[in-house]
Write a protein that binds this ligand. Sequence first.
Ligand code: DLL
Length: 435
Amino acid sequence: MKHYYQPEIETMPVDQLKALQSERLVKQVKYVYDNVAFYRDRMDAAGVKPEDIHGVEDLHKLPFITKDDLRDQYPYGLLARPLSECVRIQSTSGTTGRRVVAFYTQNDIDLWEECCARAIVAAGGSNEDVCHVCYGYGLFTGGPGLNGGSHKVGCLTLPMSSGNTERQLQFMTDLGSTILCCTPSYAAYLAESVEEHGLRDQIKLKAGIFGAEAWTEEMRHDIEQSLGIKAYDIYGLTEISGPGVSFECEEQQGMHINEDHFIAEIIDPKTGEVLPEGERGELVFTCITKEAFPLMRYRTRDICILSRKKCSCGRTHIRMTKPLGRSDDMMVVKGVNVFPSQIETVLLNEGYPANYELIVDRVGHSDTIDVKVEMSQEMFDDLKTTTAEREKKLIASLKSMLGITVGVKLVAPKTIARSEGKAVRVIDKRNLYQS
Ligand code: DLL
């Protein structure tokens, strides 16, 4: 069997890469115009014809597409290939509104799995590895994507899916898993369980590939320390393919975007204006190789920064920061912009585990925000400092980060429900978006 190896395309000189993107973009624009009535109508309305797009420099002429468009076109409105050529769907985990369904031809699956294979290789993976995949399998893209990538690399693949922690630990120790793929919150939980069962000496993990939700550098540090691994970030979204749109290399300084398949732009979320490299804004993707569900200028709502600074790993593909927030999950509490990641940073800096809930409510016309957070076992056992004293200190640290006073409730270790997939940490009871 031929195993995946790092293709030259990942280290291609930037001018050649841009030429390749331009060539693919021109073909793709014509392809979607000819095959998807929705795009044809949108482009006609914007007065743009496929002949107007000569390369990446003309990308800004195309109209954006948003999640609302995807919902409106559910289920088949954006399909660019006959159903007879599609072999798979995946779907978003969204809890509100219509789900988004993405379609794949066999070629789309192959390219997606190759993107995931690149991520595994970047994390040091090879056909010598035992790759333990406990992202969910099914409609969620995490399990199927990393599973396919692991096959392509030639790793022994453990399709564990999420849940059943005892069984995860048993396979991990018995089969000698070396690479762990799951959400960072589940990795933190597994790390806790490894410790609890005294299994640290029996695990052989060397790397973790964690993504699908926001996590901080502090959380990375904690997971790396407790499992004795190097933890790599991986990013992606169902609409664009799934995990592997971008991934970290050993430098851990941002995620390389698979630019031979996806063109990235950063825009001002308010005006839609394209921002220069290095500025913070909303990430937009254009798929240039996809067949069944080729989104053009899709607004991800993820806020980040792009950088083309040379990376010592040799890859030339542009890097994106971790999402620094969402243009839509930002909460406005007492008139102040609050990102859950800011609160997590404070908690982890103060030595709390990443097990917390944020409860936002409205009493009369006034917003309240309460942080419920677990104490570490050490804090819980330490009788020298009272819980009230700890709460007071945390309230002060949160106030200096956010500029507003939040309520804090410290609870005993292991009392907040653990998540096997993406963690639900924000409970907004204000129902601000209901009509
Ligand atoms: O979460 C795909 C995925 C699976 C990525 C496994 C990585 C690993 P969706 O369920 O469609 O797809 O959610 C996509 O999740 O727009 C981001 O807001 C968020 N997200 C994904 N990866 C990261 C990450 C998968 N590494 C949405 N850091 C995206 C922060 C992430 N947020």
